[in-house]
Design a binder for this molecule. Structure first.
Ligand code: ATP
Ligand code: MG
Length: 650
């Protein structure tokens, strides 16, 4: 038997939802921009034709001569010869239309503060900052690092960079000074933009002190720009020689500025991956194709209309924040809500309160946040009116059925489809995702988007049969693909391109396709357990645990066993009132430990050989909320933990 094969029974049970299909209601279909999902996918069969058509929605200074240049694989080029500017397309072009006074960004935070900036106001702020950066000596191609919370100045600074052709690199504001030093020195930034602090769970986290420490080891940085976000600094005397307040910096700057004419292939930004599987990678994105990819996918997947209020909770320190919290909504002329703070402070109703207050229509978040909020039950989602919501979305990890169901029932009140979007920092845009008119299967990201080509292959790169698990690869280039790892072409080729046949991009994830062509992401290939000759994805086992009422969240790893190869070791966050060594329910003789063993075996079949179960209060996660199984594995084996720069230790 093929090692990747599983029995039909196991397969059916692996998703814990049988064959459930959730269809959109008439209202969703009536509103939808894309009415025929299959036809839209067909349109993408000729990738060059499809993406060239989508590129027409942007304003190009000069159209491309060639859509795709594959002559130097894997260094693909899109829209060769095209000239364009991101800030111009995201902001300037709307100023000339009726959108001029529309709100572009709506900032709010856990304290309930609010700042609204119209397109015209944002335009002027960006121009002032762009002029200020030019005065600091920043030129096209120079790198600027940012260590900022989700605040208007972050959006302004990113767009100011793109306006003048500077390459920005946002560093998540929860990372330590060691991580900051690495990321700044890697790209040799001349300017760093930071803030005094950020609001988190009722406290102000000091960001400036992290930068102070980092600056001792960042010789290329000439200027530190400080946003006095929480009002901690009152006096210029508090600053050092090379530091300047943001307000001071832009004071007196003109509120108009030219747009650098960028080549479609000019670098746009560098962003580091989440570090779930190892040392974070400095992903380089370029200009034209990236813009085309993100604008198209946001419009199609979330059905963006002019009157939408879009809220993506993704922080700009990660790719979701770049592509979908900031850039794509502005490229579509939409209003984007940016939120600073925790999802559960001052209470776990804070997000729902915001949805009600502003009438959010589209809401995009991560399974980790949903699983966290589920712990507080239904109380908070019931307190607020969530009727404005039309579409929900999920990104970052596979969403287990219980979390999906909670989102669907408690947040969307069974009215709003959930767009489960699979993609990566490297892909820049959604790759596998439905559209609102699609029939959904909870837990599946459904099908590749139009113009995206995916295959599931074995070790040798041959396609596996439907229903079989294999390596998820992307078989054709796509416009918003990353162009390299910054300064590390060797790693770029080695990690992504050398493993499979020519032109196949290795995603690092495992998946299978069902009879209807729906794709089920089974987690990362690094996290696959090998039990008695069978390969079982960590995610499958975790989902089985999570489907038990006593379990909130699980991480599993393989524990070496001389007979079976590996046994499953499960780290469990139990719901309130449960204990592994107490009876599962009142009056029962069965301890929860035994009950869970039975439950998981029932779900996955005899392959699920449970070695050990431990109850824990928290799981090691990246700062972006993904479970870091490699940390658990290293601890178990008594090995060095490896790169922990993105480990969330809060
Ligand atoms: P690193 O590459 O440094 O290990 P990372 O892969 O977590 O970190 P990201 O680019 O932020 O960095 O995440 C992309 C990965 O997240 C995907 O490869 C996949 O494993 C997971 N992922 C994202 N969205 C989904 C989704 N909707 N369903 C399943 N998995 C997802
Ligand atoms: Mg990755």
């Amino acid at each position: 038997m093929d090692k990747t094969e599983k029995s039909t029974d196991q397969q059916k049970l692996a998703n814990h939802n049988g064959d459930q299909v959730v269809s959109p209601n008439n209202k969703v279909i009536e509103r939808a921009i894309v009415k025929d999902w299959d036809r839209e996918i067909q349109k993408g069969e000729d990738i060059e034709k499809y993406w060239a058509m989508e590129a027409e929605q942007l304003d190009w200074f000069k159209k491309w001569d060639e859509v795709l240049d594959e002559s130097e694989k894997p260094y693909y080029k899109w829209f060769v010869g095209g000239k364009i500017n991101l800030a111009y397309n995201a902001i300037d072009r709307w100023i000339k239309t009726e959108k001029r006074n529309k709100i572009a960004i709506l900032y709010t935070n856990e304290r309930g503060d609010e700042i609204k900036l119209t397109y015209y106001e944002l335009y002027r702020e960006i121009n002032k900052m762009a002029n200020a950066l030019l005065n600091l000596g920043i030129k096209k191609g120079d790198t600027v690092s940012m260590y900022l919370p989700m605040c208007p100045e972050l959006v302004i600074s990113m767009l100011a960079c793109t306006k003048i052709g500077a390459v920005h690199s946002a560093i998540y504001s929860g990372l330590s000074s060691v991580a900051v030093v690495e990321r700044i020195n890697d790209i040799k930034s001349k300017v760093v933009i930071t803030a005094d602090g950020t609001y988190r769970r009722g406290k102000i986290i000091n960001l400036k002190s992290v930068i102070d420490e980092a600056m001792l080891q960042c010789p290329t940085v000439q200027t530190v720009v400080l946003v006095n976000h929480t009002g901690r600094y009152n006096d210029v005397a508090d600053l050092r020689g090379n530091e300047i307040f943001y307000e001071r910096l832009i004071e007196g700057e003109g509120d108009s500025c030219y747009n650098e004419v960028m080549d479609a292939e000019d670098p746009l930004f560098i962003l580091y991956t989440s570090g779930s599987t190892g040392k974070p990678k400095g992903v380089l994105h370029t200009t034209g194709g990236y813009m085309v990819g993100i604008a198209t996918t946001l419009r199609n997947v979330f059905d963006i209309h002019d009157n939408d209020l879009w809220w993506s909770t993704g922080d700009a320190g990660w790719i979701t924040g770049h592509s979908y919290t900031i850039y794509a909504p502005l490229l579509l002329g939409s209003t984007t809500l940016i939120y600073e703070g925790a999802p559960d402070f001052p209470d776990p109703g804070v997000w729902w309160k915001i949805v009600e207050k502003y009438g959010v229509t589209k809401f995009y978040t991560a399974p980790t946040a949903i699983r966290h909020l589920m712990r507080f039950g239904k109380k908070y989602t019931k307190l607020y009116n969530l009727d404005s919501l039309k579409i929900l979305g999920s990104v970052g990890e596979p969403i287990n059925y219980e979390a999906w169901k909670w989102m669907y029932e408690e947040i969307g009140k069974c009215r709003t489809p959930i767009m489960d979007t699979w993609w990566q920092t490297e892909t820049g845009m959604h790759m596998i995702a439905p559209m609102p008119v699609a029939d959904l299967k909870p837990g599946s990201a459904t099908k590749p988007l139009p113009g995206v080509n995916i295959a599931i292959v074995d070790e040798e790169g041959a396609e596996v049969k439907k229903g079989k698990k294999g390596y998820l690869v992307i078989t054709k280039p796509w416009p918003s693909m990353f162009r390299s790892l910054y300064n590390d072409e060797e790693r770029f080729e080695e990690v992504y391109w050398n493993h499979f046949p020519d032109g196949y991009y290795k995603t690092g994830d495992m998946a299978r396709m069902d009879e209807d062509g729906y794709i089920w992401i089974e987690g990362r290939s690094d996290d696959v357990l090998k039990i008695a000759g069978h390969r079982v994805g960590a995610v499958e086992v975790e989902s089985a645990f999570n489907s038990h009422p006593s379990v909130n969240e699980t991480a599993v790893i393989g524990k070496e066993d001389p007979v079976k190869g590996q046994l499953i070791k499960a780290f469990l966050i139990l719901n309130n009132g449960y204990d592994l060594d107490l009876p599962f329910k009142d009056g029962s003789n069965t301890m929860l430990r035994e009950e869970l063993k039975r439950h998981v075996r029932h779900s996955l079949g005899p392959v699920a050989v449970l070695g050990e179960m431990v109850s824990v209060d928290s799981l090691p996660k990246t700062k972006s909320g993904k479970i870091m199984r490699r940390i658990l594995k290293a601890k178990e084996a008594g090995e060095d933990l490896g790169d922990t720069s993105t480990l969330d230790d809060l």
